[in-house]
Design a protein around this ligand. Structure first.
Ligand code: GAP
Length: 561
């Protein structure tokens, strides 16, 4: 699928616009148009419904170690700055940045790949790219760099230049692998002068990597000094941790339980790119799932598989979707396991969602920085066990274990956290990419967005075949009946074929046409977006028919012509 075609359709049909476009746009910020806002809202609503509202629906539970509760929060975007010190964002939420003095472009040094090129007219086998520039300095006469989502993306971009330097044809160069590529970040400072930057004409124009904070800063109140410094949240997660005590004390939830939040996050990304994939303002859909430390690994597996299945159930094809477990050396020191759900976007395989086992790290940090007790007492378990243990009160139990590392364990502890953290914009983009289809119907080419009906911005469009014989009035009545239940669209302009095409491009799953037969037998024509099959439905049953189809009832066979 060609990304440019999707971007152009999204603009043309009002899914996504560049922010502030009449002023030339602003890099890394996007606006959702009339169709886009519905699409993204449907994605967020589906996520909320499936994870929060329907959490205890028995169908949602297979694989769960036990029953669990879910609740939600909507926290402020600006929080006390100490939150971000406790979370580690103030000190450590940085990306290494590199500037090119010649082209004035800025890059993330950890996404800037460097390939070695021998200028001898080398056959493919002699074109070697290795992980250590210094060791290979003897034979590689040129070093050429490129940015990419992956080594292969970067390689594609740099291949013509590499071939020119090596005085050979691009197809004679062997594709490198991650293991045989140098990241600019890893190159010894004295060797950096030999690297030719992306699109630069002279080597040595790239600066030393510098750490760049991704946190957007602002000031709260009238004074603009260090005392009023605050941050726009870079993730929704910390609002959940900061409210853990409030939720436990007010909502009577018992472990295991999860708190969900959907909301805006902000990161001053060095290189926002790939459309909405890496933006500076975006929305996250995050769950912090609190559980007993002894059960945390089972819960991690549960969430990892459950979240993967959610994307499959909504139409992302398994050959484009993968669950990638992080290698132990990729894990943060406090994390026992992390997996990324990745999707093969047209610009490369990239992360949709991360599921992390965060142990008790976040709550312990907030406990330390705030001085507030964020432990959890499992009263039921204590009440059940205390007689057998021979204690009359928990205080006595604690006293008996004085000096131990976790005196309250296994009854009182800082819960462990499993965090499924998704991006609403990335999910929306993946569903758009998956839906984009070009096919031919009746000999005519069309573009159609084959969304899962749950996500479709418009669920059905109603058309009078012609603007006479009472058809517009009948169609309008059906439209108004449907409108109280679903987002529907009325269109009476132009040839019916054109009207169908317009709705195909908007991803509308069903078309309903009032035609001459309606006037005689009261039925209307239903048309399925994907198969273009048509069948008749009594006009009095249209609402129920749309509901059944949206609920997954199969599209009937076409009526005989
Ligand atoms: N609390 C954990 C956390 O924020 P993350 O991997 O940094 O983890 C989670 O972000 C998800 O948020 C990502 O998988 C992605 O879907 C989304 N996301 C992160 N940065 C983004 C950006 N710059 N633009 C769009 N979505 C982003």
């Amino acid at each position: 699928m060609d990304m440019d075609k999707l971007v152009s359709l999204c603009k043309r049909r009002g899914f996504i616009f560049p922010s502030s476009e009449i002023y030339g746009g602003i890099n890394g910020f996007w606006d959702y148009g009339p169709l886009g806002v519905e699409l993204k809202r449907n994605v967020k609503d589906a996520w909320w419904n499936d994870n929060v509202k329907l959490h205890n629906d028995v169908r949602a539970l297979p694989g769960a170690p036990s029953a669990y509760e879910m609740t939600g929060l909507d926290c402020s975007i600006i929080m006390h700055p100490r939150v971000w010190e406790a979370s580690g964002h103030v000190g450590g939420f940085n990306d290494p940045m590199v500037d090119c003095k010649e082209t004035q472009q800025r890059y993330r040094a950890d996404q800037l790949y460097v390939f070695g090129v021998s200028s001898k007219n080398s056959p493919a086998t002699e074109f070697r790219v290795e992980g250590n520039l210094r060791r290979l300095g003897d034979w590689a006469e040129h070093w050429v760099s490129a940015v990419g989502a992956s080594v292969l993306d970067a390689w594609e971009a740099v291949k013509p230049r590499a071939a020119k330097l090596a005085k050979t044809k691009p197809d004679r160069l062997e594709a490198p692998t991650p293991a045989t590529t140098v990241l600019y970040l890893d190159i010894a400072p004295e060797d950096r002068a030999r690297v030719l930057g992306p699109n630069a004409t002279e080597p040595g124009t790239l600066t030393e990597p510098r750490q760049f904070s991704l946190m957007f800063k602002t000031n709260v109140g009238a004074l603009e000094d260090a005392s009023s410094l605050a941050y726009l949240r870079p993730e929704t997660a910390q609002g959940i941790f900061a409210n853990f005590r409030n939720v436990v004390d007010t909502s009577r939830v018992k472990l295991p339980f999860g708190i969900a939040q959907v909301g805006k996050s902000f990161r001053n990304e060095i290189t926002p790119r790939n459309y909405t994939f890496r933006s500076r303002e975006f929305e996250q859909m995050e769950i912090e799932f609190f559980c007993h430390p002894d059960e945390s690994e089972a819960w991690y597996k549960f969430w990892r598989d459950r979240r993967f299945q959610w994307y499959v159930a909504h139409g992302l094809k398994s050959d484009k979707l993968r669950l990638r477990d992080h290698d132990p050396d990729e894990l943060a020191f406090y994390s026992k396991a992390t997996a990324d759900i990745e999707y093969a976007f047209p610009f490369g395989v990239s992360e949709l969602e991360g599921i992390a086992h965060r142990s008790d790290y976040d709550l312990s940090q907030h406990q330390k920085f705030s001085g507030k007790d964020l432990s959890y007492l499992d009263e039921e378990r204590w009440e059940r066990d205390k007689a057998g243990l021979g204690f009359s009160s928990f205080k006595e139990y604690l006293k008996s274990r004085e000096g131990q590392e976790r005196p309250g364990y296994p009854y009182q502890f800082v819960p462990h956290v499993i965090e499924p953290s998704a991006g609403a914009d990335r999910a929306t983009l993946a569903f758009l990419c998956e839906a984009y289809t070009e096919d031919t119907v009746g000999g005519e080419a069309r573009t159609v967005l084959k969304f899962h009906p749950r996500f479709a911005p418009i669920k059905a469009a109603v058309f009078p075949l012609v603007k006479r014989d009472g058809m517009p009035e009948l169609a309008e009545k059906i439209y108004l009946d449907l409108k109280t239940h679903f987002n529907v669209f009325f269109d009476e302009k132009g040839a019916i074929g054109r009207r169908y095409r317009r709705q195909d491009e908007a991803g509308t799953p069903f078309g309903i046409t009032v035609d001459s037969q309606t006037l005689t037998d009261g039925t209307v024509t239903f048309r399925d977006r994907d198969s273009c099959r048509q069948w008749r439905v009594p006009s009095a049953g249209v609402v129920q028919a749309v509901r059944d189809l949206l609920d997954g009832q199969p599209v009937p066979a076409a009526d005989p012509a």
